[in-house]
Ligand binder design. Structure first.
Ligand code: HEC
Length: 476
């Protein structure tokens, strides 16, 4: 048994080593470039139909390994072809090595952020409200002038009239771990905030490190509290997994929170890197949960009477859901989740449904091996929409404001890897149109519609809070 496990580990290490050991032969890379890429990206790499490789902008993800995947699998809906059937993995490595080296040597400065962008319906005005945070993750509006913003590093800030206040909220939990995807994540207000002042947070909580552990174990935790005179007070724990479910990885925490119209609180927990556990009802990971806002379990939760099942589970078979939103018309919950390499999903969440991870998926492993031969199975839900290759889909919100009346009920979607903000037109359970609204600014982490109808986008790398408003409403 141990012997076999050893072999698996060795094989795995070998396979994933291939794309990373970029020891490119510059001559071969240049030749492949001129033969296959120059017609679109320019003989001098200056760009043309395809992007420039001299401006230090990587809209579809940076670093040799990610760029290698872009070249191998192409960019769907754009004219960047997949090269996997034309070039060998080694040839792709050479050409990627070549273009990355040219970009490094180029003295061009990246283009400045645009102040205006044209979209299909609106001209968009972009305003940078803040660029002072480390890694903004989520924003919740109290009213037109006040909001709360989480910074993944573990700080909760107040924003007043679009300005982040220097003094962050004191007294937040001390056990927030901020490594990789772990950190202080979502912030959401109680639907009756004006009356009760409750603020809901999700974060990656780490346990005290045991003697024999190299790294402390961590897990998603949901709390609520109030703010008084700049202090976090009245804290209550709403969801916390038993310690046996904590693990040392700092990936796949899920952690988005949303309320539906009846006041149920939903939150997501990613599979924590243990994909089979997404199908195991005795474990909280790989699930979307539903609780009352005081943390108690609703009497009609679907797995309440199933022996051994965690009672807060509402739906299962999820990989890493980082987007949750309620549909403005049907009032049901929708979610997005990160697939592996491909198979990022938009799902319409319903009680007791199995969304299939990892038994069915449109994605493949990062080492190129397939995860499952199946994209569908009886008793498992199909995504409403999937993105293959992955755009690293993050937050979603339906546009329900008045400022962009032509976008009413459209779904706004952020992408980390492709660094864009998208608009999806949805009819019933079908995406009938998809438009990229913004690109080339940074990794888009979250999108929120403010009480003023403006769209607020939190960006990472660089860290920005953006406000989007229409320039002219040429729809009416
Ligand atoms: C038929 C035209 C075409 C050919 C041929 C082509 N590309 Fe592209 N490529 C595109 C387009 C279009 C884009 C997307 C540009 C955009 O952002 O709108 C793109 C994007 C890319 C990107 C992503 C850049 C970024 O900003 O992240 C990489 C990398 C890339 N191409 C590499 C290559 C390589 C290497 C080859 C040759 C093996 C190649 N392309 C051949 C059209 C082409």
């Amino acid at each position: 048994m141990n012997f076999l496990a050893g072999i698996n580990v060795a094989l795995f290490a070998f396979v994933i080593a291939i794309p990373t050991m970029v020891q490119a032969d510059a001559g071969e890379g240049r030749e492949i470039y001129q033969k296959h890429c120059a017609e679109c990206h320019g003989a001098e790499l200056q760009g043309g139909l395809g992007s420039s490789f001299l401006d230090h902008v990587w809209n579809y993800g940076e670093g040799p390994r990610t760029i290698w995947m872009t070249v191998k699998y192409g960019i769907p809906n754009l004219e960047m072809p997949a090269w996997k059937d034309v070039l060998s993995d080694g040839e792709i490595k050479s050409v990627v090595g070549f273009i990355v080296a040219q970009d490094k040597n180029s003295a061009l400065v990246p283009p400045p952020m645009p102040e205006q962008v044209k979209t299909e319906i609106y001209g968009l005005a972009l305003e940078v409200l803040d660029d002072s945070l480390d890694e903004p993750w989520s924003i919740a509006f109290i009213n037109k002038t006040q909001a709360l913003v989480t910074d993944k590093t573990g700080k909760l800030y107040q924003m007043l009239n679009g300005k982040i206040q220097k003094d962050f909220i004191r007294g937040l939990p001390q056990d927030i771990t901020n490594i990789n995807q772990a950190g202080l994540l979502d912030v959401v207000l109680d639907p009756d905030y004006a009356d009760n002042g409750w603020i809901y947070l999700s974060y990656s909580q780490e346990l005290a490190k045991a003697k024999d552990e190299k790294r402390a174990r961590a897990m998603t935790r949901i709390i609520r509290g109030r703010i008084k005179d700049g202090n976090w007070i009245d804290q209550q724990i709403l969801f916390e997994a038993p310690e046996e479910f904590y693990s040392t990885t700092r990936h796949h925490f899920g952690s988005r929170i949303v309320f539906d119209e009846q006041g149920y609180l939903y939150f997501s927990v990613g599979d924590r890197g243990a994909k089979e556990q997404a199908q195991d009802m005795s474990r909280p990971n790989g699930k979307i949960h539903r609780i009352h806002k005081d943390g108690s379990i609703p009497k009609d939760n679907p797995f309440l009477n199933q022996r051994g099942a965690i009672p807060s589970i509402f739906s299962f078979g999820h990989r890493n859901p980082q987007g949750l939103a309620t549909h403005p018309v049907t009032k049901e919950v929708w979610s997005t989740e990160h697939g592996p390499m491909g198979g990022d999903e938009l799902n319409h969440i319903r009680s007791a449904k199995n969304f299939g991870w990892p038994e069915i998926t449109y994605g493949i492993n990062y080492d190129g091996n397939i995860i499952s031969a199946f994209t569908e199975k009886d008793g498992m839900e199909q995504p409403v929409h999937h993105w293959t290759p992955s755009i690293a889909v993050c937050d979603i919100n339906f546009y329900a404001g008045d400022l962009f009346s032509g976008w009413k009920n459209n779904l706004l979607v952020t992408s980390l890897k492709y660094r864009d903000l998208r608009r999806l037109v949805i009819e019933g359970d079908k995406v009938v149109h998809e438009e990229v609204l913004l690109r080339g600014i940074g990794r888009m982490r979250s999108v929120t519609v403010g009480p003023d109808g403006a769209i607020y986008v939190l960006v990472n790398e660089p860290s920005l809070i953006l406000r989007l408003t229409p320039i002219v409403d040429n729809k009416d």
